[in-house]
Design a protein around this ligand. Structure first.
Ligand SMILES: [Zn+2]
Length: 351
């Protein structure tokens, strides 16, 4: 009570409705002014701050409207690092990882956005079966059926059979009920936060990076900056496209760069560009090593057996297929640009 001021009773009820999407705070304010018995009643509906995802995800990193949902082992395959982008009107989950599939999530998600359609970027969809999914139009075939997804890899039959089982059983593959697509340059407006699509093909035809300018965060998907280098050995891959995409990524104006695997969050543009160039140099070094090996005539099979992608200690059923694809891709390119000559029907030699 303030001396000299009319006596006023004020009653305020705050009712919070949780579990809704979005959550609201309903404020009921009731004022009574005794001298003239005038009564005012006002009801306000205010959109609440989203509950922080970090409450539920102990290894989360908050970068403004972006929350990095760190995957198991910092996103080492088969796991990965997802991000959550929270705007005033909407919340979008990007690349729902195997960690999300295994752990579950206790927060609301309006839509799922995919950097590309690969088995390890989609298992968390199984926790959100009714949630609409967005991907680039060139990768949408992977969300239509298991056959559609398999067509993107182009594996030999004996490997594909086993891989189909893994995709169904270990990665919980199921085509989503609602899929929509986007193209390069699309912007998704979440209300005071935007996601800008940067088409970065090469790993797959529809691979995209996402820029969230309000957080100065770029999400790089499988442009993962690891020592392994770019992966461009699938039917849906292209070495030339990947190289162009790496150049394009140097232009991204951000301070934090999030990878799905391995590197997690790289902060600082200079550091990112340096790591991006090292990542791309794996391709150059591979070709130089092949040219040295091919000082004598060599076949694709001999190059594949020598190994220019995997270390000798790696022993999965994918190795020979990937080494053969890599040898084909590089021999084809180096023959076309005059670095190799064809010696016999099956052999090539460095010039
Ligand atoms: Zn991938």
């Amino acid at each position: 009570m303030i001396p000299g001021r009319p006596l006023r009773w004020m009653v305020t009820h705050v009712i919070t409705i949780t579990g809704q999407n979005p959550a609201y705070r309903l404020t009921h304010r009731h004022e009574i002014d005794p001298p003239n018995l005038h009564t005012k009643c006002q009801v306000n509906l205010v959109t609440m701050q989203w509950r922080s995802a970090a409450e539920d995800w102990t290894e989360a990193l908050e970068l403004g409207p972006v929350t990095v949902l760190t995957g198991q082992d910092r996103g080492k395959y088969p796991h990965g690092n997802s991000i959550l982008v929270t705007g005033k009107n909407e919340r979008i989950l990007v690349d729902p990882s195997l960690t999300i599939a295994e752990r579950g999530i206790s927060f609301d998600v309006d839509r799922i956005l995919l950097s590309h359609v690969h088995e390890d970027h989609i298992p968390g969809m199984s926790r959100l079966p009714e949630t609409p999914v967005l991907c680039h139009e060139e990768d949408a075939v992977g969300l239509t059926s298991l056959d559609g997804l398999m067509s993107m890899y182009g594996l030999p039959k004996e490997i594909e059979e086993q891989f189909r089982k893994e995709v169904l059983e270990d990665f919980s593959y199921a085509p989503p009920t609602q899929v929509s697509t986007f193209t390069d340059g699309a912007t998704i407006d979440l209300g005071e936060a935007n996601i800008e699509v940067i088409h970065t093909p090469g790993h797959t035809r529809g691979h995209c990076a996402f820029l969230i300018p309000e957080a100065r965060v770029a999400y790089l998907g499988d442009i993962e900056l690891s020592g392994f280098g770019p992966y461009y050995f699938d039917a849906w891959s292209s070495l030339e496209s990947f190289e162009k995409s790496l150049h394009l990524c140097e232009q991204i104006d951000a301070d934090h760069f999030v990878t799905f695997h391995h590197k997690w969050v790289v902060s600082g543009k200079d550091q990112f560009v340096s790591m991006l160039r090292d990542f791309g140099n794996v391709i150059t070094e591979r070709e130089l090593a092949m040219l040295a090996f091919m000082s004598e005539p060599k076949s694709i099979e001999e190059c594949a057996l020598h190994r220019f992608v995997y270390r000798p200690s790696v022993n999965t059923n994918f190795v020979h297929h990937v080494e053969t694809r890599s040898a084909q891709i590089h021999i084809d390119r180096m023959f076309k640009d005059g670095r190799l000559a064809q010696v016999t029907e099956n052999s090539f030699q460095a010039i």
